[in-house]
Design a protein around this ligand. Structure first.
Ligand code: 13P
Length: 248
């Protein structure tokens, strides 16, 4: 079965670090099993540089968001899915909690997904509950609502476009805290089931939140997730590829 490791740099890195990561990846990629799908999502500004180095490799390069207002137009500061596709990237992370908490609504997330799919990009849709929501017994209800309010009716028709869900409990992101093994498997199973009910297909469900080289093995065994979405530990090629080497 395919395993996924996708790195999300967030607002981190520099031109030099992006270059060094890509050069490092070129050296390490020949040693990675062909059953592992790898992706990295740097800030927009570093996409082209990384793609220049990684273009003919198995490493996918993607963006961390895209405009919800179509592909072109008078939208100062926006970057459209078509532009992301145009520079050669192939996926986009949508609905990360760090963007939801800065005002992204389910309507905007639904529009971003539509724009991304229209442009031919693959999508990693992030969902996850806050600590208060979990403590109130609302984790599943929150995730269900996030999925139902933003998903298109049908799965992407083009087989070269993947659609993955990343379950990222907000309280586990960047905190070093991990859900209990049974919470992990319950939530990834829940996401997988919702998607199966809706689209009648199995799609990759990733886990994200404080995944490191030291815990990725246990996290994947416990969660039965298809892979991981990694923040801090994706910033250096050493950490990233150590994490890949430690996959179960
Ligand atoms: P950390 O791995 O730094 O906790 O971040 C997870 C994340 O938000 C990935 O999208």
């Amino acid at each position: 079965m395919l395993k996924w490791v996708i790195g999300n740099w967030k607002m981190n890195g520099s031109l030099k670090e992006a270059h060094d990561f890509a050069e490092g990846a070129v050296k390490k990629l020949p040693h990675v099993s062909s059953h592992v799908m790898l992706g990295i999502a740097p800030p927009f500004l570093y996409l082209s540089g990384m793609l220049g180095i990684l273009r003919d490799t198995a490493m996918m390069v993607g963006a961390q968001t895209c405009s919800d207002r179509g592909q072109y137009g008078p939208y100062t500061g926006d970057v459209s899915a078509s532009m992301i596709k145009d520079v050669g990237a192939n996926f986009v992370i949508i609905g990360h909690s760090e963007r939801r908490s800065h005002g992204e609504t389910s309507t905007s997330i639904a529009s971003q997904i539509a724009c991304a799919l229209e442009a031919g990009l693959s999508v990693v849709l992030c969902v996850g509950e806050t600590m208060e929501e979990r403590d109130s017994g609302l984790a599943k209800a929150v995730v269900l609502k996030q999925l139902e309010s933003s998903l298109p009716k049908h799965a992407p028709a083009k087989t070269e476009q993947f659609f993955a869900i990343a379950y990222e409990p907000v309280w586990a992101i960047g905190t070093g805290r991990l859900p209990m093994p049974e919470e992990l498997s319950e939530m990834t199973h829940f996401c997988r089931q919702i998607m199966k009910d809706r689209w009648q297909i199995d799609i990759p469900v990733l886990y994200g939140g404080s995944v490191k080289p030291s815990n990725v093995h246990d996290v994947l065994i416990a969660s039965k997730a298809s892979g991981v979405l990694v923040g801090g530990a994706s910033l250096s090629p050493e950490d990233f590829f150590q994490l890949v080497a430690n996959l179960p």
